[in-house]
Design a protein around this ligand. Structure first.
Ligand code: NAD
Length: 568
């Protein structure tokens, strides 16, 4: 056992432990390895367990970097870093904080996808909490065993829709762990106060069902009422054992993600990055583009190609930003168009799901449009007839933004906003090179995947990737810092607005729309402060005392990867 010694303001100043020497070195949260100094080695009985020389943390970081560079491929680097994380967490985060650009693609996307697929074959040691449907009667017992420490944050997945790679069952644990690392690297969430959880309800992936080494429950996914009851049991256990926790849902399947978020959002401080995070970043880009080009929201027409989960989620948030700018909801909706497999969504279409219905265009308004088939109005026709100024893709249809469409966007407006967000790269609606060339270098663009810079007429255009790492860490930190009881739409809007204020577009429309990824920690802190302030303003903070300095609360909530004294 160890306890945190805190000062009057709640900062951790030392660790007190009664663990034997070997257990201290095996506890990644307090281990310092060769950096334990002479005094600590004596007090903790570490003599003989470590080589003689006492090292500084920076010297340890240098060795880690050398070892990191010696690994031949991303997955080897991922395994190396995870091993470091599991032996000395503080050193791992110190290293990550000094090499954010290099580390994020290794601990999270895209490399984490390979780690998820190889989870059972490469398994080394368990990490996180595994809750199996088949042992559901033990769920409360398992979770209550973690109440001996303060838990601020839970990330949970059922592994059904991992990134763009589908159902990887228990391998989804690596996604939760990778995403947590991003939370900690970018926002300084305290690694001792987090819990990654895997809900093992089976898998529908035939490869895993046939794999003798697969480590999860080897049966088809539990679904329907049984699944819903299991989620309900999980939420109840979380509320009982961790009353103030921030609950992040990760990579749930299409059939469950929306209904879970809608059901539990009113009762819990909860967030789904797949459904909400991308929308926040896309909205921030739209706000930055409108402000930087000195146009008005009412001058714009927004077209979404691919009206599924992500597409309509993003449109909901952009709609909120239009309404925030001073328009009525009806006026704003007149500027929105969504397109799916049967073309433009129009109000006389049958069986439209609720999330599409609100964006359906009135058939009568389209009477003077020039189209070849009124029952299936194409993207090309929508872009030409609506005068679209903002075009977003969430369809997974490679090349859907043809050169003709891109040129038309360039004719509609001086600075068209074009965001082909489908992942992976092979599904992108447009190649950045075509977007830049067909709009004569005027497009403001962000893509869903990383792309190399584009050279056009002697200029280099950096292509922003709509990376959610700019948003979810700060949102979580802000909510935790003020002990928010919910993640409201207002907090989400505050996050978008704050990210938009960091856009390099404000300096020149030729700049990328998003800052470089190594700025994510700076952006996250600003997002956290804005989100915390908004929560307080809306009466959503459950702090006992009155909150007047959110910035200070955010700083106090931030964990820093520095060694602190360990003593008996
Ligand atoms: P989804 O299946 O819910 O939505 C896709 C939609 O596109 C569906 O409604 C589908 O009917 C429509 N569609 C497919 N073919 C079409 C066609 N030929 N014409 C018009 N519409 C068509 O999937 P989703 O979760 O919304 O994800 C969509 C894409 O967005 C994926 O590639 C995903 O990776 C990407 N995405 C990116 C990010 C990011 O951060 N960049 C975040 C979330 C989702």
């Amino acid at each position: 056992m160890y306890t945190e010694v805190k000062d009057a303001e709640g900062r951790i100043t030392a660790i007190q432990t009664d663990e034997p020497a070997r257990d201290i070195l095996d506890n990644p949260l307090i281990n310092k390895g060769t950096a334990f100094n002479a005094e600590e080695r004596k007090a903790l009985g570490l003599y003989g367990h470590l080589p003689t020389r006492v090292e500084s943390m920076q010297s340890q970081v240098q060795r880690v970097y050398r070892q990191f560079q010696s690994k031949n491929c991303p997955i080897e680097k991922n395994i190396f870093l995870n091993t470091l994380h599991d032996s000395n967490t503080t050193l791992f985060y110190k290293f990550c904080s000094q090499h954010v650009d290099e580390v994020l693609p290794i601990v999270y996307t895209p490399t984490v996808g390979d780690a998820v697929e190889a989870y059972s074959t490469d398994f080394r040691r368990p990490s996180g909490v595994y809750l199996s449907y088949n042992n559901r009667e033990y769920m409360d017992e398992v979770l209550s065993s973690f109440t001996t420490r303060q838990i601020d944050f839970i990330i949970v997945t059922d592994g059904e829709a991992v990134l763009g790679i589908g159902d990887w069952g228990v391998g989804g644990m690596d996604i939760s762990i990778g995403k947590l690392m991003v939370y900690i690297i970018c926002a300084g969430i305290n690694p001792a106060r987090v819990l990654p959880i895997q809900l093992d309800v089976g898998t529908n992936n035939p490869k895993l069902l046939d794999d003798p080494l697969y480590l999860g429950s080897q049966h088809k996914r539990v679904d329907g009422e049984e699944y819903d009851a299991y989620i309900e049991q999980f939420v109840k256990c979380v509320e009982k054992n961790f009353p103030n926790v921030y609950l992040h849902w990760e990579d749930f399947g299409r059939g469950h993600a929306r209904s879970i978020l809608e059901k539990y959002r009113p009762q819990l401080c909860t967030f789904n990055d797949d459904m909400q995070g991308t929308g926040i970043v896309a909205t921030a880009n739209v706000i930055a583009a409108i402000e930087a080009t000195k146009t008005q929201f009412r001058d714009h027409r927004v077209v979404m190609f691919g009206a599924g989960t992500a597409g309509c989620g993003i449109m909901d948030q952009i709609l909120d930003a239009f309404v925030d700018s001073g328009m009525s909801r009806e006026e704003a909706l007149e500027r929105f168009y969504i397109i799916d497999r049967n073309g433009l969504i129009v109000d006389d279409m049958e069986d439209l799901p609720d999330f599409q219905k609100k964006f359906a265009r009135n058939r009568g308004e389209l009477a003077d449009w020039e189209v070849s088939d009124t029952a299936n109005i194409t993207l090309t026709e929508v872009v030409a007839n609506s005068g679209a100024t903002i075009l977003i893709g969430c369809s997974t249809v490679k090349g859907a933004f043809t050169n003709e469409i891109l040129r038309q966007m360039g004719k509609n407006t001086r600075f068209p906003v074009i965001m082909p967000l489908s992942n992976p790269t092979a599904n992108s609606e447009a190649e950045p090179k075509d977007v830049i060339e067909q709009t004569e270098g005027r497009a403001i663009m962000a893509a869903g995947s990383p792309f190399d810079p584009v050279e056009y007429q002697g200029k280099t255009y950096q292509i922003s990737q709509g990376n959610n790492a700019f948003i979810f860490p700060g949102l979580g930190l802000g909510a935790i810092a003020v002990k928010a009881t919910a993640v409201s739409d207002g907090m989400i809007r505050a996050a978008s607005q704050t990210l938009s204020s960091f856009s390099p577009l404000h300096d020149s429309p030729d700049n990328p729309v998003l800052p470089p990824i190594h700025d994510a920690p700076k952006v996250s802190k600003a997002v956290a402060i804005a989100v915390g302030q908004q929560a307080v303003k809306e009466g959503l903070s459950s702090m006992k005392a009155e909150v007047d300095d959110v910035e200070k609360l955010v700083e106090l909530a931030q964990w820093q990867p520095n060694y602190i004294p360990v003593r008996r």
